[in-house]
Design a protein around this ligand. Structure first.
Ligand code: NAD
Length: 264
């Protein structure tokens, strides 16, 4: 049995994790960590509740630490888990490349820090397909759409998609034709051309009713190609989270992206 502690357990993703773990025979939820009370404590699977990661690690000695908290909390949580030699499965977005590099230096021998910008298999496939398409159609823009409670923009998935596209373009030796950027925005409408992830325009939409969606639009002379993924429910992330909890025990060091942890 793999013992799992979940931070952010009272949140939207944490709640989905608790439910998914309850249905897995080989994974045991041993600690629910959150500053906020569990809204559905009565129906929650039995696991001790904690309001600090450090306290939970000492009391329950988990094999795996799962983090779905917030951009301002995740770095400290990971540090605490790594210091205790616990493998980490991190879904919280907002970790910069510089922070990941600093955390990598703190990973004890034999411990794994796994970070997934997106745990949904469909989104991982979309990123891979986008990288493939960019070799032939290097001009591209990204639209990412999320619910109106999301704390960071652009999404981690959009940033990762842009990184993969830029790497694929460099590998193929292709350059985009290009398009006007911020300099073309008319006064009073700054931001119309989106933010830049690498050199790719990213447009972030936040609306109630949405969960997590991404559209990658490629343009070439006389044609466009649109790739789109929709997470309609947070259950879409759970097979990836459970697979990561099962896999990190056999891996070590920093691993970013589900495609680098499990065979798709
Ligand atoms: P949420 O606001 O519903 O839940 C976050 C929870 O974390 C809250 O209950 C909050 O009280 C708790 N929390 C924050 N800091 C804490 C700390 N230091 N210690 C203990 N608890 C703490 O957010 P959510 O929608 O569940 O999303 C959580 C994170 O997961 C976000 O960064 C989001 O972008 C990310 N996310 C990732 C994926 C993925 O596939 N990688 C998918 C969806 C969401």
């Amino acid at each position: 049995m793999i013992r799992v502690a979940v931070a952010g357990a009272a949140g939207r993703m944490g709640t989905a994790c608790r439910e998914a773990l309850a249905g897995a025979d080989d994974l045991e939820l041993v600690a629910c960590i959150d500053r906020a009370p569990m809204a559905d404590a009565d129906s929650a699977p039995e696991a001790e509740a904690f309001d600090s990661v450090a306290e939970a690690l000492v009391a329950t000695h988990p094999d795996v630490f799962v983090d779905f908290t917030a951009p301002g909390s995740v770095e400290g949580n990971i540090r605490a888990a790594l210091a205790a030699g616990v493998d980490c499965v991190v879904g919280t977005t907002g970790l910069s490349a510089a922070t990941l590099e600093a955390l990598e230096a703190e990973i004890p021998q034999g411990t794994c820090l796994f970070v997934a910008p997106n745990f949904a298999i469909g989104a991982v496939l979309l990123m891979q397909l986008a990288a493939r398409a960019a070799r032939w159609m290097p001009d591209v823009e990204i639209i990412e759409l999320h619910h109106n409670q999301k704390k960071d923009a652009p999404s981690g998935t959009a940033i990762r998609t842009a990184e993969l596209i830029v790497a694929a373009r460099a590998d193929a030796g292709v350059t985009p034709l290009g398009a006007p950027g911020a300099e073309s925005e008319i006064g009073g409408y700054e931001g119309a051309r989106g933010a830049r992830a690498e050199d790719i325009p990213v447009h972030s939409i936040r609306l109630p009713g949405l969960v997590a969606h991404e559209e990658v639009i490629f343009g070439g002379p006389g044609q466009t190609l649109t790739l789109r993924h929709d997470s309609l429910d947070r259950v879409s992330f759970m097979p990836g989270v459970l697979a990561a909890c099962r896999a990190v025990g056999q891996r070590s060091g920093l691993i970013v992206g589900l495609e680098n942890l499990i065979e798709l």
